[in-house]
Design a protein around this ligand. Sequence first.
Ligand SMILES: Cc1cc2nc3c(=O)[nH]c(=O)nc-3n(C[C@H](O)[C@H](O)[C@H](O)COP(=O)(O)OP(=O)(O)OC[C@H]3O[C@@H](n4cnc5c(N)ncnc54)[C@H](O)[C@@H]3O)c2cc1C
Ligand SMILES: *[C@@H]1O[C@H](CO)[C@@H](O)[C@H](O)[C@H]1NC(C)=O
Ligand SMILES: *[C@@H]1O[C@H](CO)[C@@H](O)[C@H](O)[C@H]1NC(C)=O
Length: 599
Amino acid sequence: MPQAKSLRPPIAQALMCFASLLVSAVRCSPPESPIKCSSGTINCTVTNSYGMYPDRTICRAAQVALPSSEAELVGALAEASRARRKVKVVTRYVHSIPKLSCPDGEDGILISTQNLNRVVSVNSSALLMTVESGMLLRDLIKDAGAAGLALPSSPYWTGVTVGGMLGTGAHGSSLWGKGSAVHEYVVGIRIVTPASAEDGYAVVRSIVAEDPELDAVKVSLGVLGIISQVTFKLQPLFKRSITYEQRSDADLATAILAFAQQYEFADITWYPGNRMALYRKDNRVSVNAFGNGLYDFLGFGHIAALVSAADRRAVDLKKLKISFHSRNYVEETLEALGDADGKCVNAAVVIGALALSAYGLTNNGVLFTGYPVVGMQHRMQASGGCLDGSDDALLTACPWDPRVKGKFLHATTFCVALHRVHDFILQVQKLRDLHSSALCNSDINNGILMRYVKASSAYLGKDEDCVDFDIVYYRSHDPTKPRLYEDFLEEIEQMALVKYGALPHWGKNRNIAFDGVIDKYSNRKDFLKVKNKYDPMGLFSSEWTDQILGIKGKPSIVKDGCALEGLCVCSEDRHCAPEKGYLCRSGKVYQDARVCTRI
Ligand SMILES: Cc1cc2nc3c(=O)[nH]c(=O)nc-3n(C[C@H](O)[C@H](O)[C@H](O)COP(=O)(O)OP(=O)(O)OC[C@H]3O[C@@H](n4cnc5c(N)ncnc54)[C@H](O)[C@@H]3O)c2cc1C
Ligand SMILES: *[C@@H]1O[C@H](CO)[C@@H](O)[C@H](O)[C@H]1NC(C)=O
Ligand SMILES: *[C@@H]1O[C@H](CO)[C@@H](O)[C@H](O)[C@H]1NC(C)=O
C-alpha cells in the first residue's frame, strides 16, 4: 500500500482498514424495521433504510396493519377505504430513498407487506412462478433456483421486495432479450384497490399479460393500490461467467456502446477521478458449465468485513468497532481537511483492494482462484451479505445502517438515452479534466456504476434504451455544511437531467431530480387514467407522489442552503453557503447549470 505512506498517520491507519475489505465470515445484524410504533400497532413513524428522507424528515402514521394473507390484506384496505384514510404500502426494509413510503398527513394507515412473503405456486415446465409481493429478492431467486428457474435480471442487492422493485422500476444491466428491469418478466399481478360500499370497500383485480392496464401496474410508485401477488415468466436456470477487466477510461464514450452488444449482463464501473473503468464481462453459459462461483459483493457486506485479515484471527469486539469507525471517518476527515487529493489516493487504495479481492467473487463460495468465475445465476446476480444472520452489537450491520452512524450518502441515479450517452460521457470527461480530483468524490464510494436498461412498454418505465449512471457520494451529517467540490457533481446531475433529458431512478435521487420528471414520460396520461380508475379518492396519493406525478406542487424545496442538499437548484447565493465561501455560480462546461462553487 505505498500510496498511504505520504498521508497523515491517522488517515493512513484508516486507509488500512478501508483497504482490507477482504474478508467476511461473521453473522450479521439485520436492518431495523422502518416502522416504529409507540404502542403495539398504534401511533407510528415510518422512514427508509437510511433513517430519514432526502429532506431529513421522517413521517408519522396513525397505525400499521400487518396482513399475512390476501384476505387480510383486502380487510385492511377495506377498513381504511371505508374511513377514507390515507394509505401507504411499506416493505420489510424500505430501500427507496425518496418519500414514497410516507402516507399523506399524520394519521394515515401503513400496510406492511412484511408477512406476505411466500411462494404461491411454481410450474417449472411452464416457467411460471407466483409469489406474494413482500417476498425479498433474496428468497425469490433462491426459490426459483431450487425449482430450476432463473430470473434473468434483477437489482444487485437482495434486500428489496418484489412489490418494491416493481414500484420503482428496479433493474440490473442488459439490453438483450427483454432487458434488465424486473417488471419485464411479469405476466400477471393481483392488486387490491379501494372500492365502493357495494363492493365491500376493497377489491382484488387480477391483471393478466394481455391487459393494457398491466403497463400501469408494472411500475406504479405505489399509487394504484396494493399488489398482493405477482406471477413471473422465468427462464430455465443457467450459469454466468464473469471476468472483470480494468483499463483506462480514454475510450469509454465509444466502448460503452459496443460492450452492451458483446456481453448479455455487461456493466461498467467508472472511476472518473482516477481515469479508469472497470468492465464486467458477463455472459450466460450452460447450466452444465463447470463452476460453483458466488458473488457476494463487498459493498453490500456487513461492516465487520472491514476488519483486517490480521484482526480476523482474533476477532474482538473492540477492534471491530475501532476499524469500523475509522473507516467511516476517512471521508469525514478528508472533507474537514479539504483534501480532495487524499480522496483520490484513498479511492485508488480501495479500487486496488477490491480488484485484489475480485469484488467479492469466489470460484467456489470460499476462494477466488482466477477469472472467469462461473456460477449459477441465482448465486451470481445479486447479494446482500449484511442482511442475514442475527448478531447484536451492530458490528455486522449494513454499512449505511443509521444505528451505527455509518456511511451517510447522497445517491444520484439517472438513465441517459443510449444515443446520447457518447456525448454525455465526453462532456463529463471535459469537466473532469478541469480538475480531476474533484470527481474522486465518486471514486471513493465505489465509482459510478453504469448499467444498461431497455425501453419498456410500462407507462412509468424507460421510454428508450438507456444507460443508468449510479453515483453515490458523501453527505454531511450537518445540512449546512458544503461538500468539497460539490459543484462538479451538481453540474453532472443537472447536465444529465436537463441537457440530456435523463430519467431519474424513482427509488433514489435528491428532490431536484424529480422537477418536471413526469413530462419526460410520453404515456403519463395513460398512467393517470388507470390511477383515477383504481383509486379515485387518491387514498394512495401523498404530497410527494402528487409532486412527482405533476398533479400538485413541485418536488424541490427552496430555502437557505437548499442547494447543498439537492433540495433545490440554486438561483441565489443564500441557497448555497455564502458565509462559508460557497456561492451560486454557472457550470463550467454546461453553463446553464447553477451550482454551489467555492470562490
Ligand atoms: C443498497 C441498495 C442497492 C440497490 N440496488 C439497486 C439496483 O441494483 N438496481 C435498482 O434498480 N435499484 C437498486 N436499488 C433501489 C431499489 O431497488 C428500489 O429503491 C426499490 O424500490 C426498493 O424496494 P423495496 O422493496 O425496499 O421497496 P420500497 O422502497 O419500500 O417501496 C418502493 C415503492 O414501491 C411501492 N410498493 C412496495 N410494495 C408494494 C406493493 N406490494 N404494492 C404496491 N406498491 C408497493 C411503495 O409504496 C413505494 O412506492 C438499491 C437500493 C439500495 C438501498
Ligand atoms: C405517539 O408517540 C409519540 C412518540 O413517538 C408520543 O410523544 C405521543 O405521546 C404518542 N401519542 C399517543 C396518542 O400515544
Ligand atoms: C404447468 O404448465 C403446463 C403448461 O402450461 C400445464 O400443462 C400443466 O398442467 C401445469 N402444471 C400444473 C401443476 O399446473
